[in-house]
Design a protein around this ligand. Structure first.
Ligand SMILES: [Fe+2]
Length: 275
């Protein structure tokens, strides 16, 4: 069963695309329509819903924040249906052009991702709409192809998956905590208040919320580093920090999305730095 919700804020239309399994909401993602530019496209399992929402809208281009299936699941379909081009970070274009194979479980939860041929968008390329200018800000760490889109005049940040929440507990194995710290520091140089986040929009205090997330990451990595320097490995550090797994997530993601991965990410990079 799938449901949809429609929201508006200061001229931006946005849509919540949720996937339910056994009456549980297993995934909600937001897509944003800024004048005639659509940011992200939702999961494959919400194809009918996103199409119903945008089929009569004037769309001139689609931007992706990154290649993950809950953002890119309908990009090829919508490009074809609306006869428009899609744009993303070059790495995202590359991934989607060769085909991005989601895990068996992700296929069940969100659906698969079709190959898509996007145009490369560079940080120097500003996307102009009728009323707005969207600046791509390269923000790796959650994924290597991640862009946020910044609307300077309005102080809006379309933040993809860089925020999600002030405190997070779980990481996928490919995520880098230190890179996310660098990306958040880069974003904090900008003047914004609204976080048009892909999973958890915050219409005020966005910058403070992102500062809080930075503080959380710095405290977390500092504690991991303290134990690492005492000679402990990731598993021991996780236990020393009182870490607890959510076994539902762990089983559901075949061990991919775990709390211990946050510790592992820090330890891996400390080792790499030779410290
Ligand atoms: Fe993501």
């Amino acid at each position: 069963m799938t449901r949809k919700f429609i929201f508006h804020h200061d001229g931006v239309h946005y849509y919540r695309l949720s996937v339910y399994r056994m009456r549980m909401n297993v995934q909600s993602v937001y897509t944003y329509l800024v004048d005639d530019v659509l940011i992200d496209t939702g999961q494959r399992h919400n194809r009918e819903n996103i199409y119903n929402l945008v089929h009569d809208k004037n769309i001139s281009k689609i931007l992706l924040t990154h290649h993950h299936e809950d953002h890119s699941g309908n990009v090829a379909f919508l490009m074809r249906k609306k006869q428009v081009k899609g744009y993303a970070h070059p790495k995202c274009s590359e991934i989607l052009s060769v085909g991005y194979s989601t895990s068996a479980l992700a296929k069940i939860l969100n659906g698969s991702v079709d190959r898509a041929f996007l145009d490369n968008l560079y940080e120097t390329d500003i996307v102009e709409t009728e009323h707005h200018r969207l600046e791509p800000i390269y923000t790796p760490g959650h994924s290597e192809d991640h862009y946020c889109y910044f609307e300077r005049k309005k102080g809006w940040l379309f933040s993809g998956d860089i925020f999600v929440a002030e405190k997070i507990k779980y990481f996928a194995p490919y995520e880098s905590l230190f890179q996310q710290i660098d990306s958040i520091k880069k974003l904090l140089q900008l003047d914004f208040d609204v976080l048009f986040c892909s999973h958890n929009p915050k219409l005020e205090d966005g910058k403070q919320r992102l500062k809080n997330k930075l503080q959380f990451f710095e405290d977390f990595s500092g504690e991991v580093e303290k134990y690492y320097r005492q000679g402990h490995n990731s598993r021991q550090i996780f236990a020393l920090m009182g870490g607890k797994e959510n076994y539902y997530y762990k089983v559901l993601t075949l061990g991919n999305f775990t709390a211990e991965n946050m510790v592992r990410s820090v330890v891996k990079e400390l080792k790499k730095a030779g410290s």
